[in-house]
Design a protein around this ligand. Structure first.
Ligand SMILES: C[S@@+](CC[C@H](N)C(=O)[O-])C[C@H]1O[C@@H](n2cnc3c(N)ncnc32)[C@H](O)[C@@H]1O
Length: 265
């Protein structure tokens, strides 16, 4: 599997950090997925592909609902971790190693493709969306959940992008709702709903630990916090709470459906 430099950086980062993404990770909290599933008529037996499955928190929730789930990721170690969790929960899933931008599946193989808190690592999100559209059956659903930022906040976006890059060098970019909608539209995925949900980042130190941020980069993040402008501080709701540095992230939850010709079923 030939990876581009951005993909290779992710694979290396998550191979190194896989032990942090299983039990006890903040991603174990799945209210965002539960909420989004209200827009998807999920049924037992659905063929589901969970792209960039990480610790498997999304894919395993869907497997527990009786779906026939394939967990995909670019990192061998993450897939091993997710498979372990599946075995512990008595869930049968398939695993497959591949980059989101090139899926090793035929056209129309899945009823649902999910991808949560990962596309900000992808080197080519537009290509990822085209792959999602290709592997979905006509009428199939796409669930995307990822960090994002509302349009029209260039200063906050630049600050956040830099801080995230220092915290985890495999971070590539957050994309806004309009970008995702444009790519979905171009690929024949009709967006049924999308929403930016606020999410508190409860403790910066915890995030440093999860990403194994170098001491040098931690210092850069602290300096960015010290010198943040009042506007960005206010927008990010950057604060100290019980000795912890907190701010609020925005998570985009988007559900789309692959059209049949020009219409949906
Ligand atoms: C934060 S974890 C995903 C969390 C998970 N989806 C969940 O719901 O808990 C991010 C994952 O994206 C994977 N990843 C990053 N870039 C990727 C790419 N281009 N293709 C496939 N997986 C990728 C990483 O290996 C990592 O396992």
């Amino acid at each position: 599997m030939k990876l581009d430099p951005i993909q290779a950086a992710s694979a290396a980062q998550f191979d190194k950090q896989s032990q942090h993404y299983g039990k006890g990770h903040i991603l174990e909290q799945t209210a965002d997925i539960e909420g989004a599933l209200q827009h998807i008529p999920l049924a037992a037996g659905w063929r589901v592909l969970d792209v960039a499955t990480g610790g498997g928190h999304t894919g395993l929730l869907l497997a527990a609902r009786g779906c026939d789930v394939t967990l995909g990721d670019i990192s061998t170690k993450m897939l091993e971790r997710a498979a372990l969790l599946a075995a512990e929960r008595g869930l049968r899933v398939a695993t497959r190693e591949f980059p989101a931008e090139a899926m090793p599946f035929g056209a129309g193989e899945f009823d649902l493709v999910s991808c949560r808190v990962a596309p900000h690592h992808f080197s080519d999100p537009e290509k990822f969306i085209r792959e999602v559209a290709r592997v979905l059956r006509p009428g199939g659903y796409f669930l995307l959940i990822d960090g994002s930022i509302e349009a029209g906040q260039p200063e906050a976006e630049a600050w956040l992008h830099q801080v995230e890059k220092w915290r985890d060098p495999s971070h590539h970019r957050f994309w806004n709702d309009a970008m995702w909608r444009g790519w979905c539209d171009a690929a024949g995925l009709a967006v049924l709903c999308s929403e930016l949900q606020p999410m508190k980042q409860p403790d910066l130190e915890w995030y440093f630990g999860a990403a194994a941020t170098s001491l040098e980069n931690r210092a850069k993040v602290w300096e960015a916090i010290r010198t943040v402008t009042p506007d960005v501080k206010k927008f990010m709701r950057l604060d100290e709470e019980d000795g912890k540095t907190v701010w609020w992230r925005q998570r985009l939850v988007l559900v789309a459906r692959k059209g049949i010709g020009r219409d949906l079923i």
